[in-house]
Design a protein around this ligand. Structure first.
Ligand code: GUN
Ligand code: FE
Length: 428
């Protein structure tokens, strides 16, 4: 017997970046967790199926945060007077060291998962720390939550302080143990290979991680071309490399399997050409880029060149778990790029930002982020009655929610057809 759910309300999604697809007072039919159809009228064949009637509320796809560090949730907003590398050494690494303590990890990770749930993030690509057991706990908490995520331990075996370091062999061994423990366990929560970035990875580590990603067919995530001093550091370590991305590529960690690269602010045309060739995702994290003064990512170039683009909060360099705030920040940042380019790089429209936060990032998980037929039903039910705009077109109501809405407007969250309740109530 198929499991069929019918929801009624104002349906809004972005099949294409440049326009919202809307259906006022429409029905979405969900069969075994995936969208069967969105329709204006209900066919007779569904007459015995109960309808969840959300009345004048909005039904939109869930939001996908494609780059965030769960381990940095507590120290968001701290050390924001520094740029990337000094911030890592003075704030981030000491904070990540704390995760050796399982109790500390459990409390922080529960709070983090509650917070992303609250903000309507239904899937994410998440970083733990280098610690194996605490990161397994993070994976277990995601498994309990009902939310979708790629999650892994971080690998970092070079140029790090002694208090946050691991040796190459144990880093690889623990990563493989984690993969064996979790691979295939869940359709929603999966491991991902996570070298921190080139400067904190030995060549042996990169080689070993590439082998693991090939052996188990696991995707990869890391950081790329975020900060000019970071790029100089990579150049010092690999003087013969053409660019930063080509170093990952040298080791088979640049699109040989599905790959997310956060930031890509300073990627030049050669690096972008390689990203396009390999299908590497650029994850734009505008709030983080502003906070660390990293630069203005010319997102339009990536989109025009056909590089897959997604959005991320980059918690904790980004200060908010809200993908709504990240969408607005991405639009605002694209306006700076527009000004900087003598208006050549067109700024993002609201529908484009929404597309990136839904279908753009969602495509990394498969058919996620839209309500087209066959897409997994990840959705948010939005009560926007506080804005008193029920007579406005749906295109304007969604814009209003993106700019002025927040978690208080989100009344329900669905992942793959299932309603997801607050994962860890009262843990704060
Ligand atoms: N590059 C290497 N590690 C990090 C990190 O934790 N945050 C950010 N924003 N960039 C990084
Ligand atoms: Fe990051």
């Amino acid at each position: 017997m198929k499991d069929i759910k019918i929801l009624k309300g104002n349906i809004i999604y972005t099949e294409m970046p440049d326009t919202f697809t809307t259906l006022k007072n429409g029905y979405v039919i969900v069969e075994d967790g995936a969208v069967k159809e969105c329709c204006e009228y209900l066919s007779k064949k569904y007459k015995n199926i109960p309808i969840t009637d959300y009345k004048d509320k909005l039904i939109i796809p869930g939001l996908n945060d494609m780059h965030c560090h769960a381990s940095q949730f507590k120290h968001t907003g701290l050390g924001m007077d520094k740029e990337l590398v000094p911030w890592l050494f003075s704030h981030t690494f000491p904070e990540e060291k704390r995760f050796k303590d399982l109790k500390y990890a459990e409390q922080t990770y529960k709070n983090f998962i509650n917070e992303i749930w609250k903000n309507g993030t239904t899937r994410s690509s998440v970083w733990g720390t280098l610690h194996k057991e605490p990161t397994e706990l993070l994976i277990d908490l995601f498994l309990k939550s009902g939310l979708g995520a790629y999650v892994s331990k971080v690998n970092m075996d070079a140029n790090t302080p002694e208090f946050l370091d691991e040796d190459t062999d144990s880093s690889l061994r623990e990563t493989e143990e984690m993969i064996e423990k979790y691979l295939g366990k869940s359709q929603l929560v999966k491991p991902i290979i996570t070298p921190r970035f080139i400067p904190t990875s030995s060549k042996e580590l990169l080689k070993g991680l590439s082998k693991l990603s090939e052996k188990y067919s696991i995707p990869v995530q890391s950081h790329l071309s975020e900060n000019l001093s970071e790029i100089d550091w990579v150049k010092e370590l690999y003087p013969n490399s053409e660019n930063y991305g080509s170093v990952y590529d040298l080791f088979g960690l640049f699109g040989q399997r599905p790959t997310l690269m956060a930031h890509c602010i300073h990627s030049d045309i050669e690096e972008r050409t390689l990203m396009k060739k390999r299908g590497v995702f650029a994850v734009h994290c505008p709030t983080s880029n502003l906070n660390l003064g990293s630069g203005i990512m010319p997102i339009r170039k990536f989109m025009d060149e056909g590089i897959p683009v997604a959005l991320g909060t980059d918690i904790g360099a980004g200060e908010t778990c809200s993908m709504l705030r990240v969408m607005v920040s991405a639009i605002q940042m694209s306006k700076l790029a527009w000004m900087d380019s003598d208006k050549k790089l067109k700024f993002l429209s609201t529908s484009e930002a929404f597309y990136l936060a839904t279908k753009g990032g969602g495509s990394f998980f498969g058919k996620v982020g839209s309500f087209e037929k066959g897409y997994e039903f990840d959705a948010l039910i939005v009560d926007d009655s506080c804005f008193d705009m029920s007579s406005y077109p749906l295109e304007q109501r969604i814009q209003k929610f993106i700019y002025n809405g927040d978690d208080r407007n989100i009344i329900h969250r669905y992942v793959s057809g299932d309603l997801v309740k607050e994962p860890f109530p009262k843990s704060i």
